[in-house]
Design a protein around this ligand. Structure first.
Ligand code: G3H
Ligand code: 13P
Ligand code: ZN
Length: 328
């Protein structure tokens, strides 16, 4: 059944676990997440980015998720708009039936210019006003995602900015976070702690200087009742990179957010953990392997099946690691 994100995150906070929020844009990904949730007894957050809505088309995104609810009526499911760039985008998602929206006011509506604090408060507050009227949950973002190794912002797929930033901009300030929550009344807060979107997050296994888990603890101490959200939380498993490269891929050496660090963050108020890249890596590796081993096959279902299977496997793993088992 479709539920609000507030409901799921409140339950996660009361019971001390975190929920992976998986990005989806096609049928096989939706099925993979739902099967993984069914097999582990986990609640589901399916999220669609602006890019996903553009790729599949809004009716398809909407009805893929509605199909998931129909096929798995017993699983609580949140339909979430990821990285809404303006109040208008969020309003559009609400009209489409999303039960949760993210107003990402860390950047202006062009998705590039670093927003002022007042701008962020203003647009987020606006979205809270319209969303709460109809029972929709709101996630906001304070601080800019980006690398503490290169001091550059996160520029994934043409949105975001790769401008050089200060440590201040790349790390959410606990005092400002408290003020932000108070002024916007949002339900969940995405924070910046050195993670970025995509596969190339860290050039080495991250340590505290480039992945600031301690900052989460400081924020949580200041606003213990606010649900925190971690973006750019793929772990970029080395074995998935190895499969891709073994079967003709050319991915460079790279590291993601270790699962142990996410588990530590869950102890300090992180309730929603955004994952897209790991699913992409799993599916790509499976397809490359299948194609290499079966050069005579041409039925798309035959190669989509192992891709879906690989996606399900990583989703199940994260549900278990984040403590979701039996929580639905
Ligand atoms: O927000 C970033 C997610 O990984 C979605 O990426 O815009 O390519 O769909 P996308
Ligand atoms: P990854 O690229 O690390 O999977 O992050 C996804 C994300 O944060 C979507 O909002
Ligand atoms: Zn994100």
């Amino acid at each position: 059944a479709l539920v609000s994100m507030r409901e799921l995150l409140d339950h996660a906070a009361a019971n001390g676990y975190g929920i992976p929020a998986f990005n989806v844009n096609n049928l096989e990904q939706v099925q993979a997440v739902m099967e993984a949730a069914k097999e582990t007894g986990a609640p589901v957050i399916l999220q669609a980015s602006a890019g996903a809505r553009k790729y599949a088309g809004e009716p398809f995104i909407k009805h893929l998720i509605l199909a998931a609810i129909e096929a798995y009526p017993d699983i609580p499911l949140v339909m979430h708009q990821d990285h809404g760039q303006s109040p208008d985008v969020c309003q559009g998602a609400i009209n489409l039936g999303f039960s949760s929206v993210m107003m990402d006011g860390s950047l202006e509506a062009d998705g590039k210019t670093i927003a002022s604090y007042d701008y962020n408060v203003d647009v987020t507050r606006k979205v809270v006003d319209m969303a709460h009227k109809v029972g929709v949950t709101v996630e906001g973002e304070l601080g800019c995602l980006g690398s503490l190794e290169t001091m550059k912002g996160d520029k994934e797929d043409g949105h975001g900015t790769d401008a050089t930033m200060t440590r201040e901009q790349l790390l959410t300030d606990p005092e400002q976070a408290a003020d932000f929550v108070k002024r916007t009344q949002l339900d969940a807060l995405a924070i910046a702690i050195g993670t970025s979107h995509g596969a190339y997050k860290f050039s080495r296994k991250p340590t505290g200087d480039i992945l600031a888990i301690d900052r989460i603890k400081e924020i949580h101490r200041r606003i213990p009742n606010t649900h925190l959200v971690m973006h750019g939380s793929s772990s970029v498993p080395q074995d998935l990179l190895a499969i891709i490269n073994q079967y003709g891929g050319k991915m460079k050496e790279t590291y993601g957010v270790p699962v142990e660090e996410i588990q530590e963050a869950i102890k300090y108020g992180v309730r929603k953990i955004n994952i897209d890249t790991d699913i992409r890596l799993a599916m790509t590796g499976a397809v490359r392997k299948f194609m290499a081993e079966n050069p005579d096959k041409f039925d798309a279902r035959e190669w989509l099946k192992p891709a879906r299977e690989a996606a399900k496997k990583i989703c199940k793993q994260r549900y278990i690691e984040f403590g979701c088992e039996g929580q639905a």
